[in-house]
Design a protein around this ligand. Structure first.
Ligand code: MRU
Length: 348
């Protein structure tokens, strides 16, 4: 089975190819990008989604901004790339990996002031390729660290999609599940469907079926009942942004799962690369939570079931307080509470 590749870069044609996640699992189609504004549109429209994947796409989008300019004025190239980064930065607010990747690209651009345009284009493309490769390696490392926490014969619950699709490949939470499955530790994966846009039912389920990892789909409101019935041994989720005190923003509904896990004494583990930690934000209160189109809650696809005129609230993420989190798995090792010193230590 070929690996899942949500993001591909063609170094010869300078084209970014994204697996269209809005159409999975029914249609498996790829879209091609040569323009940073269109990449920003793909991020906003969830063609590419999941915090690390958004960061990688933004880095390639920035590189495309450089490649698009074929002239020889550094000032003009610099202005074009900074414009592209501005557009990409406005695509989605919560996943800090987007800003982390743009910051890396910007720092590199700053260091290239006045250099030959060919050299700048090559350096920015090289940095995007590095961000992508580092993410893939980080996911594999997290998978192995995280698998050491999984008990034998585990029934694992996960929320949203923190899989290969949400990263450069392999996944964060699903990376832990993949490594634990490879080690013979997984009896079954409970997949929360993850309303309103069903990243669990569509994307995590697709990854599990494709790789023949035994999994069962439930609606979000069933998680408490399966826990109460003693059918969950371990919970693992990804994250879009982790504050300096260990509070974790992730897909809406994660907080409810964490509260339920605490109630039933089930380990609740977060897997995320260090690029998901926002060292500048002291607690989860400071994390910007994206609100999305009310139509996502009013119905699905072309079908609307809520009455016209109904007020709708659609936050895409929630914050799970650090106190509910058993461990945070990163590519540099496993962080345990208290998280503030553990996170400060990892920054060094
Ligand atoms: O709105 P999405 O699909 O981008 O939200 C994705 C999540 O919340 C994931 O759990 C998170 O980004 C971690 S992905 C490794």
């Amino acid at each position: 089975m070929s690996p899942i590749q949500p993001i591909q870069w063609d170094p010869d044609r300078k084209v970014l190819t994204l697996l269209d996640q809005t159409r999975l699992p029914l249609v498996e189609t790829h879209l091609h990008y040569t323009d940073p504004t269109e990449v920003a549109g793909a991020i906003r429209g969830l063609v590419v989604r999941g915090a690390p994947a958004i960061g990688c796409a933004a880095a390639f989008g920035t590189a495309l901004g450089a490649v698009q300019y074929t002239g020889s004025s550094f000032e003009e190239l610099d202005a074009r790339v900074r414009d592209a980064m501005g557009v990409l930065a406005r695509s989605r607010p919560t996943a800090v990996n987007l800003f982390w990747a743009l910051d890396r690209m910007e720092k590199l651009l700053d260091s290239l002031e006045g250099r030959d345009c060919g050299e700048v284009r090559e350096a920015l493309e090289g940095e995007a390729v590095r961000i992508f490769a580092e993410d893939l390696a980080a996911c594999q490392a997290m998978g192995d660290f995280g698998a050491s926490l999984v008990p034998g014969n585990a029934r694992i619950l996960t929320h949203c999609n923190a899989g290969a699709l949400a990263t450069a490949g392999y996944g964060t939470a699903l990376g832990v599940i993949r490594s634990a499955h490879r080690d013979g530790k997984v009896s079954m994966v409970w997949v929360d469907e993850t309303r309103p846009v069903l990243q669990g039912a569509r994307l995590t389920a697709w990854e599990m079926v494709r790789e023949m990892i035994p999994a069962t789909l439930i609606t979000d409101n069933m998680a408490g009942a399966v826990m109460a019935a003693g059918k969950v041994d371990f919970v693992v989720v990804g994250s879009d942004r982790i504050a300096a005190n260990g509070d974790v923003a992730n897909k809406i509904g994660t907080y409810s799962v964490a509260v339920l896990a605490r109630r039933h004494n089930i380990p609740f583990v977060v897997a995320a690369p260090v690029s998901t930690i926002d060292f500048e934000i002291p607690s989860g209160d400071g994390i910007p939570i994206e609100e999305r189109d009310p139509e996502e809650v009013a119905g699905y696809g072309s079908e609307r079931w809520a009455p016209e005129g109904m007020r709708i609230y659609n936050p895409a993420f929630d914050v799970t307080p650090a106190e509910l989190i058993t461990a945070i798995v990163t590519e540099r090792g496993i962080l345990m509470p208290p998280y503030a010193p553990a996170i400060a230590n990892i920054q060094r």
